[in-house]
Design a protein around this ligand. Structure first.
Ligand code: DER
Length: 236
């Protein structure tokens, strides 16, 4: 599958460039690209992985670490992380990104901030000029269930996202519930809001009941995109 191959290419090069033997506390993101990050780290061998601690960004990420036989740690034990590697739903030309397609962006943002180096890995579909180009379902917003209707109302009538919706589960009745027990709202915004995503991110964050917003503004030091032709585009 060319998309899977491009994910693997990006992940392998990112690990080769940014996960060095002296890096001992490593944050692992969520989604379908980070398994290739873990795969490449395992290939660095048991000697270099012995004593390393891997911090997950949710249940899927934790399963990935445990199943790979790597050391598991918590961010409260290791509040300072050497490097965090994570996927993204879209990355613009200034390395702003949309995250939360997998409903994991709260813990992902904690680990992104806690890391000295934060690296994005993705296939070429995520490499865009402006956010909202390919990933059209909207900005993921984690909200406490008690407040979701009010947050939706504010998004519809005040912040300019009339099509914002509560994310419903597919193989479970009712809404998607995050690892933190919260709901997710997907809020599409027009291009005018995505010129500088920081502004809309701050406005959304201020809505009462919002826990975290899936806009990571200029947090990453580099982004690796696997291309269909087997090349890797690196942006920083
Ligand atoms: O939810 C997230 O932020 C994940 O990182 C996710 O969006 C990345 O998805 P993918 O690696 O499966 O494309």
């Amino acid at each position: 599958d060319p998309i899977e191959q491009s994910k693997r290419l990006a992940a392998y090069q990112a690990v080769d460039n940014h996960v060095q033997p002296q890096h001992r506390v490593i944050g692992i993101g969520s989604g379908s690209t980070v398994p290739y990050v873990v795969e490449r780290i395992v290939q660095q061998g048991p000697a270099v992985n012995k004593g390393r601690v891997f911090i997950p960004t949710g249940f899927q990420s934790k399963q990935l670490i445990v199943e790979a036989g790597l050391g598991l740690g918590d961010v409260d034990q290791y509040p300072t992380i050497d490097v965090t590697l994570d996927g993204a739903d879209e990355v613009d030309h200034l390395l702003n990104c949309v995250k939360g397609g997998g409903a994991c962006h709260l813990r992902e943002k904690v680990l992104a901030e806690a890391a000295s180096t934060f690296i994005l890995v993705a296939d070429h579909r995520k490499n865009v000029q402006y956010l909202g180009t390919n990933f059209t379902q909207g900005v993921p917003i984690e909200v406490v269930p008690f407040a979701y209707a009010k947050v939706l109302q504010n998004l519809h009538h005040i912040l300019g996202s009339p099509n914002a919706t509560l994310r419903m589960a597919i193989k479970k009745a009712g809404p998607v519930v995050s690892d933190n027990g919260n709901f997710i709202i997907d809020a599409p915004f027009g291009r005018e809001h995505m010129e500088d995503p920081y502004v809309i991110m701050a406005q959304i964050k201020m809505l009462t009941g919002v826990v975290e917003v899936g806009l990571f503004c200029k947090m990453a030091q580099a982004a690796y995109f696997g291309n269909a032709d087997g090349s890797v585009t690196i942006r920083w």
